[in-house]
Design a protein around this ligand. Structure first.
Ligand SMILES: Cc1cc2nc3c(=O)[nH]c(=O)nc-3n(C[C@H](O)[C@H](O)[C@H](O)COP(=O)(O)OP(=O)(O)OC[C@H]3O[C@@H](n4cnc5c(N)ncnc54)[C@H](O)[C@@H]3O)c2cc1C
Length: 427
């Protein structure tokens, strides 16, 4: 390497995880490979005159058979029509039906960073296949429990899973108790009440503020409480769950007897645990790449910290990254974009002797959040402070919990020629 290449270099990129972070890395790489600016860029990308194009061969491995809009889960688990929209099979994403993009449905089980190989266990056949790569992107997020997130791996099974949940909730004549007043619990309670106003929905939280484990100002937490109450949800603060026992009547009907450590008791037809028990998915990486919680240690250009072989060829974005800030999909997409940029710069460094790579660097991310609470929304960021109201809902979620915002931002609906990059946007 080092001399100016005669033809476009061929570069294999293996992306583990096909959601916000992984797909953002893929689509921006496709633009860069075509000699365009990345579609998420705010500034025109300066391509090297000697390397106008790169042939990226992209493999995206995911346990699921499609892109699942995770943010929409609180609504998908309450509304069957919306559930259909929230999961799009990879083969039905127009913007990724390209000869140089391959999808593999399976679980990445191990990665040999020295040999640059990733092993995947096929979700259906259980066949084990090892893939070689030049660059690896970790974008597998966090593992979250049911019923915060559907656990199915195929769209078909997922629709059955949500349908069962929705019909169980429909018949909840003794009401639904949602345990855990973090962001997920608040959104689940408010969406359920919005879609099924006939249900008695109770949100219980062990502390005196909602989202008590998040580094957010009290004003944001207090607004969330007001809004969830306005949505018609009954809220029990300072209630720590002691037990929840299912009792089955002689006629086969069942309900739960719920008891709290303060002695309060109630019954409910359904109890949903929305406690934020999320764990790292990156167990397939060598232990040198992760911290004690399994989060991937990166440097600001989003490649692995030194200490892992070929660290500069391995990148990580999204929830499974060890980085500051509340885990958000905007951060995941932003990270995917930066990785694409930095992989392209790394390729240039390899193929052009005098190229000094100029990397995009991730800054520290202060706490910020956008939370949909039924028909209303609250957001907080250091620049805007706490804001609420319909315009916040419109900006952060529109009318589909952000499905179209994410889909359009990644331009997943566009065929190759429709892609809007900075060049085409400004012309
Ligand atoms: C209920 C809920 C509501 C939320 N609401 C909001 C919100 O309003 N706003 C916001 O900004 N954020 C919200 N979030 C957080 C947001 O969803 C995450 O920050 C975002 O999903 C992170 O994206 P990611 O691409 O890193 O990971 P994920 O979206 O988790 O995607 C990871 C992908 O990797 C796949 N995968 C996992 N392990 C493997 C493996 N070993 N092999 C192959 N594939 C694998 C998974 O199947 C998945 O497709 C919410 C989260 C939840 C759970």
């Amino acid at each position: 390497m080092g001399s100016i290449p005669d033809s476009a270099p061929v570069v294999r990129v293996f992306i583990a995880g096909g959601s916000y972070a992984g797909l953002s890395a893929a689509v921006n790489l496709l633009d860069l490979g075509d000699g365009l600016s990345p579609r998420m860029a705010h500034e025109r990308y300066q391509h090297h005159p000697s390397v106008p194009k790169v042939k990226f061969q992209i493999t995206i491995a995911d346990e699921r058979d499609g892109y699942y809009h995770l943010i929409g889960s609180p609504l998908a688990l309450a509304d069957a029509e919306y559930a259909k929209k929230a999961w799009v099979k990879f083969q039905d994403i127009p913007g990724l039906q390209l000869p140089n993009v391959q999808f593999v449905q399976g679980s990445v089980s191990s990665v040999d960073c020295e040999a640059k190989t990733a092993t995947v266990v096929n979700s259906v056949t259980k066949e084990v296949i090892t893939h070689q790569y030049d660059y690896f992107v970790t974008a597998t997020g966090l593992r979250r429990v049911w019923p915060v997130v559907p656990q199915s791996l195929t769209r078909k099974q997922y629709l059955i899973e949500v349908e069962e949940q929705i019909s169980a909730l429909d018949g909840a004549k003794d009401g639904v108790v949602i345990v855990g007043g973090g962001a997920c619990g608040i959104e689940m309670a408010a969406e359920l009440k919005l879609v099924k106003p006939h249900l008695q929905v109770t949100l219980v939280h062990s502390r005196d503020k909602l989202m008590s484990s998040e580094p957010l100002p009290d004003e944001c937490k207090d607004k969330s409480l007001d809004m969830v109450k306005e949505a018609g949800v009954q809220v029990l603060m300072n209630h720590r769950l002691a037990s929840s026992n299912k009792v089955v009547a002689p006629d086969g009907a069942s309900k739960y007897e719920v008891e709290f450590t303060n002695g309060h008791k109630m019954v409910a037809s359904q109890v949903i645990m929305a406690l934020s028990k999320s764990t790292s998915t990156a167990s397939y990486l060598p232990s040198s790449a992760t911290d004690s919680e399994g989060l991937v240690k990166i440097i600001p250009n989003m490649s692995f910290e030194s200490g892992t072989p070929n660290a500069a060829s391995h990148f990580c974005a999204g929830d499974v990254t060890k980085w500051s800030g509340i885990k958000r999909c905007g951060a995941a997409m932003h990270g995917g974009h930066y990785i694409a940029y930095n992989i392209h710069q790394s390729v240039l460094k390899q193929v052009v002797a005098d190229h000094q790579p100029k990397f995009q660097e991730l800054q520290e991310i202060p706490p910020m959040i956008g939370l949909a609470v039924g028909k209303n929304a609250v957001a907080y960021g250091p620049d805007v402070g706490v804001v609420t109201g319909p315009e916040v809902m419109e900006a952060y979620f529109r009318d589909d919990l952000g499905w179209a915002i994410c889909w359009n931002y990644m331009q997943l609906g566009n065929q190759g020629s429709d892609v809007k990059t900075l060049e085409t946007k400004s012309s």
